[in-house]
Design a protein around this ligand. Structure first.
Ligand code: MLC
Ligand code: AMP
Length: 479
């Protein structure tokens, strides 16, 4: 497959990326990434080691990440808003040799391993596409703390190449997004994808419809979004015809990380005359399906599997279903070069989702059309919530809330929400109904222990939780 980032090996003055705090050409990025890799070597950190990056939206974050990828290190991107408990968990689990940050002051108090990304200059190492781990991405499950998914360089390259084929994504493209750069969508697709195809990236640190619209009126040709962003862009476009005109500009408007309601597709068509192409993926598998750019958008469908991705629908016993009637529901299983190598330190968790033949069981339920397009209908577990495109496990929130002295019982669910897709709601049984815990204290506790996007948006005090004859909480009755 050749080099991981071919254009960095033959770097020129073409713009590689622009963040809120500056811009770099390919030549500048290559030299700064080379400098970072050289610095790691000088610090005595050997290739193959895990190195964390405090993923603030700064050019220095991209430099560190790219330098580490070229140097053969395993990058652990950290959400800069991580709360105390979740940060401790990830650092304990991943044991990174160092944590690099664009803003040292923000990190020094959080870990003794903090270092500044210094932007030293050196020629960059050449990294071939290999099977070695490149990224360690933390992702939530139904219970317990987030698990680290090990993503090899080969998976990243194969996935980007497959998407490049489907989206006709080339070095002539400029991608714009305001996604966080510690998850697959903003990091693997948004940043590494753009660099692998040799195109340009405009990465915003904060999602603001007016700024995205301004970029779309400029050089942007492709825009990556989660459905919440599409929803807010459409709200803004309804108020401001200039934003509606901007949305019509790029050749490709992509939505992914959660299902985009057909309603939003229709709104986009009505307001701008254009469509949105959906794609579907997971941290552990990268992107599995995408509606091709050379076909019209297909509201309600996430497209056929990408080239190289084997996909099947299976029943409850994981037996393949031959159905292609767009009605029979099965769990999506995938196999191929983009499936992860496993969860760090958790062989049992890996074995639970990937069988010995290499099939990965996604937990997503879907139907398939005769021409192979998937329609995602739901998830096997109510304990996995997708809110604003972020995956959150009900169990991790419940564990934090249960520690509050005034909480007797709690059940966390995702309820349908027009903006967030699902809104996290905590049903709380107070220890003493006459002195229930203050809702805001519970919300703040989750935000500061885990991360703000995992906080319940609503807390409802209840006398008891609905249970079945076995005593198990019946969450579906709460949604
Ligand atoms: C709010 N804030 C608090 C707080 N309440 N801080 C501390 N304590 C509290 N109690 C802060 C937040 O940190 C944030 O700060 C600000 O208030 C607003 O936060 P928010 O209300 O949570 O933001 P919101 O408007 O809901 O964000 C919407 C969003 C975001 C769409 C911008 O959800 C988002 O970026 N989603 C993208 C998720 C994503 O990339 N998923 C991909 C996963 S990969 P501040 O400083 O920011 O203002 C994957 C695979 C695939 O799924 O297929 O792609
Ligand atoms: P994550 O663990 O954050 O990578 O989230 C992966 C999950 O996001 C998948 O298992 C799906 O449930 C969901 N997802 C991603 N893209 C889509 C999409 N286009 N439509 C519906 N669900 C999606």
């Amino acid at each position: 497959m050749g080099l991981l980032f071919p254009r960095l090996a033959f770097a020129d003055d073409r713009r590689a990326l622009q963040a809120d705090d500056g811009a770099l050409s390919y030549a500048e990025l290559a030299r700064a990434a080379g400098g970072h890799a050289a610095r790691l070597a000088a610090m005595g950190i050997a290739p193959g080691a895990r190195v964390a990056v405090w993923a603030q939206p700064s050019i220095r974050t991209f430099v560190a990440t790219v330098g580490q990828l070229l140097g053969g290190y395993v990058t652990v991107p950290l959400n800069p808003k991580l709360g105390a408990r979740e940060l401790r968990h990830i650092l304990d689990d991943a044991q990174p040799e160092a944590v690099f940050a664009a803003d040292l002051d923000a990190v020094r108090a959080r870990t003794p391993k903090a270092h500044l990304v210094t932007m030293e200059q050196a020629s960059p190492p050449r990294r071939e596409v290999d099977d070695d781990p490149a990224l360690l991405l933390y992702t939530s499950g139904t219970t317990g703390a987030p698990k680290g998914a090990v993503i090899p360089a080969r998976a990243v390259a194969a996935n980007i190449d497959a998407l490049a084929e489907r989206w006709r994504w080339t070095d002539a493209d400029t991608v714009v997004h305001a996604l966080p750069i510690f998850h697959v969508h903003g990091l693997v697709l948004g940043a590494l994808g753009s660099l692998r195809v040799g195109g340009a990236l405009r990465a915003f640190g904060k999602f603001e419809p007016a700024r995205i619209a301004a970029a779309l009126q400029g050089e942007a040709t492709v825009s990556f979004n989660v459905p919440t962003m599409i929803h807010r862009l459409l709200d803004a476009a309804e108020q401001d015809p200039e934003i509606a005109r901007a949305l019509a500009g790029p050749r490709l408007l992509i939505s992914g990380s959660a299902g985009l309601p057909v309603r939003e597709h229709r709104r986009m068509e009505a307001l701008t005359g254009r469509g949105i192409h959906e794609r579907y993926g997971l941290t552990e598998t990268l992107i599995n399906c995408a509606v091709p750019a050379y076909e019209p958008p297909r509201p309600g469908y996430v497209g056929p599997p990408l080239p190289g991705v084997e996909l099947r629908l299976v029943d409850d016993e994981r037996r393949p279903l031959a159905s292609d009637d767009d009605a029979t529901l099965g769990e999506i299983a995938v196999r191929g070069p983009s499936v992860f190598s496993g969860y760090l330190n958790r062989p049992e968790a890996t074995a639970a989702v990937r069988d010995i033949e290499g099939w990965f069981y996604t937990g997503d339920l879907a139907t398939r059309t005769p021409d192979g397009h998937l329609r995602i209908v739901g998830r096997r577990s109510v304990d996995l919530i997708k809110t604003g495109g972020y995956k959150v496990g009900a169990g991790e929130i419940e564990a934090v809330l249960l520690e509050h002295p005034q909480v007797r019982e709690v059940a966390v669910v995702g309820v349908p929400d027009d903006d967030l897709g699902q809104r996290i709601v905590a049903f709380v049984v107070p220890r003493d109904p006459s002195t229930p815990p203050p809702a805001q204290a519970l919300i703040d506790r989750v935000a500061s222990e885990l991360t703000p996007h995992k906080r319940p948006r609503e807390v409802r005090m209840v006398d008891g939780l609905p249970r079945n004859a076995m005593g198990k909480v019946q969450k579906k009755k709460l949604i």
